[in-house]
Design a protein around this ligand. Structure first.
Ligand SMILES: [Zn+2]
Length: 62
């Protein structure tokens, strides 16, 4: 329990967190995270969302 308070993530938690990061949509307007099922941004209502690119798809970072 003390580890959780310090903010240390167990390997299991990291796994869950990284899996979650692959299933989000990013608002093109305000860049907030939305659920994969979202049709519009929950924060600003903007309808143009893109899938967050996973590290696996990243070929070159310019
Ligand atoms: Zn937004």
């Amino acid at each position: 329990m003390k580890d959780l308070i310090k903010g240390n993530l167990t390997p299991e938690n990291k796994k869950i967190a990284s899996n979650r990061n692959l299933k989000v949509k990013i608002c093109l307007k305000c860049h907030s995270h939305n659920s994969i099922n979202a049709k519009r941004c929950r924060k600003c209502g903007y309808g143009n969302l893109r899938l967050k690119t996973s590290k696996l798809d990243k070929k070159g970072d310019r």
